[in-house]
Design a protein around this ligand. Structure first.
Ligand SMILES: NC(=O)C1=CN([C@@H]2O[C@H](COP(=O)(O)OP(=O)(O)OC[C@H]3O[C@@H](n4cnc5c(N)ncnc54)[C@H](OP(=O)(O)O)[C@@H]3O)[C@@H](O)[C@H]2O)C=CC1
Ligand SMILES: O=CC(=O)O
Length: 327
């Protein structure tokens, strides 16, 4: 232990190279229990900490009040909806995240969800493995939907959305629509993306991909009226956050055949309840929030988060401070 170094607490296990980097500059204590750290343990650990490395812990007023020395919070994620931005601003706590390093990995997963849902990969995998594949069955029972040359509507064409666009347009020859609050001229140029209203996007797209951050503005913003405007043959893909969608409306749209299917990496409550109706639907592909979960990308994210924390505590340039907290 070095008394000259700032005390930081790592509330999640991080790979050795990220830990080694952090230890060069900080006096590090880490949570080494299985699963997420219990809230009370986290609050106790923060009593004298100047920095916190976390992933999903709520950084709210209660936590900040119990961490009087805290100056910087670094999340090992690009999403930072667990930050209470007002409380952090009020208390002068810097918040950083890990954009860019995970874009391609998450985009790969979104394509996997689109392909799996459209070509019924998980449903037909279960069909083969359960011994139901027999000669003489009507072929059409196994038919799916083409992804190539179909139309894709991305709601939230940002860093990850652009990597999805690149794969969809250049790899699969898809036609691309998008809707953000502001236009993305580079993406229009690179991918021939057409900026359209939500109504137009929903009416034109064979695949609707939701990729916005979760903010007070996007909380449950995709709801019944949106599913009602989609093509009945279309697929809904969500890899943003579960709470951007009214999940009951999604269940209803799927159960009534308003839409053909869905591919989901995220849920309103995670881990999703095993009795959730979405899990019983063969036309829904469900994954356990693994968008960025490859060993390499998780290593890169942890290292970025460690660098962010050190830079924030030293007052150096170069940390990925979340945009709402930049000075
Ligand atoms: N499933 C997983 O494991 C992962 C999920 N994610 C999620 O993906 C999100 C997006 O990440 P990333 O691409 O890096 O973020 P970006 O900020 O680069 O992109 C987000 C896009 O959403 C648009 N947007 C924001 N608010 C709205 C709104 N109200 N209506 C329409 N569009 C909106 C923004 O454009 P504009 O500002 O012009 O509206 C922007 O283009 C993360 O915040 C996270 O929640 C990320 C990584 C992994
Ligand atoms: O959901 C993951 C993230 O990085 O955000």
């Amino acid at each position: 232990m070095d008394h000259g170094k700032p005390k930081v607490f790592a509330a999640k296990r991080i790979p050795p190279e990220a830990l080694a980097y952090l230890e060069q500059y900080c006096d590090v204590r880490s949570w080494d229990g299985d699963g997420p750290i219990p809230r009370e343990r986290l609050l106790a650990a923060l009593a004298d900490a100047e920095g916190l490395l976390t992933s999903g812990d709520a950084i709210d007023d209660e936590l900040l009040a119990r961490a009087p020395k805290l100056r910087a919070v670094s999340t090992v994620s690009v999403g930072y909806n667990h930050f209470d931005l007002d409380a952090m601003r009020r208390r002068g706590v810097v918040g950083t995240h890990t954009p860019y390093v995970l874009d391609d990995t998450v985009a790969d997963l979104v394509l996997a969800l689109m392909l799996s849902a459209a070509r019924r990969v998980t449903e037909l995998d279960a069909y083969v493995k359960s011994g139901r594949w027999e000669r003489g069955q009507p072929e059409a029972a196994l038919f799916g939907t083409d992804v190539h040359h179909a139309s894709l509507g991305i709601v939230g064409l940002g860093r990850i959305g652009e990597r999805i666009a690149q794969r969809a347009v250049h790899g699969f020859g898809m036609k691309l629509y998008y809707h953000n609050r502001s236009r993305n001229p580079e993406a229009e140029e690179r991918y021939g993306a057409q900026y359209v209203s939500m109504d137009e996007l929903l009416g034109e797209s064979d695949f609707v991909v939701l990729m916005t951050p979760l903010t007070p503005k996007t909380e449950r913003f995709f709801r019944k009226e949106h599913f009602d405007r989609m093509k009945p043959s279309a697929f809904f893909i969500n890899a943003s956050r579960g709470r951007t969608v009214d999940e009951n409306a999604l269940v209803e749209a799927l159960a009534t055949g308003r839409i053909r299917g869905a591919g989901l990496d995220v849920y309103e409550v995670e881990p999703v309840d095993p009795s959730h109706p979405l899990l019983a639907m063969p036309n829904v592909v469900t994954l356990p929030h693994i968008g960025s979960a490859t060993a390499q990308t998780r290593r890169d994210m942890a290292l970025t988060a460690a660098r962010n924390l050190v830079a924030s505590l030293r007052g150096d340039e170069g940390a990925y401070v979340v945009k709402e907290l930049r000075s």
